[in-house]
Design a protein. Structure first.
Length: 113
């Protein structure tokens, strides 16, 4: 399983970023995919998930601001992040959750106040 995350960067509070995660080595369309994040000194936490059929769910902390989506033709999962807050600062990881499990390398998101 290879997952390549991209799209992170530095943005001011209130701004937006779109993360992408390109997958290979898995049958992408059948897998539930997720985004996680890890802030300095904190444990990795789940952010959002999308099932093979397109159903989505979100952590309460990002609900209404973040949108997860997938393009099975491109083997890519996205995370659109709007109204970013300084507390969203973290390394963001994509993951294939089931039935095939794997993690990407992470992309840094920094939100300045």
């Amino acid at each position: 399983v290879q997952l390549q995350a991209s799209g992170g960067g530095l943005v001011q509070a209130g701004g937006s970023l779109r993360l992408s995660c390109a997958a290979s080595g898995i049958t992408f369309s059948i897998n539930a995919m997720g985004w996680y994040r890890q802030a300095p000194g904190k444990q990795r936490e789940w952010v959002a998930g999308i099932r093979s059929g397109g159903n989505t769910n979100y952590a309460d902390s990002v609900k209404g601001r973040f949108t997860i989506s997938r393009d099975n033709a491109k083997n890519t999962v996205y995370l659109q992040m709007n109204s970013l807050k300084p507390e969203d600062t973290a390394v963001y990881y994509c993951a294939s959750q089931y039935p095939e499990v794997g993690w990407g390398q992470g992309t840094q998101v920094t939100v300045s106040s």
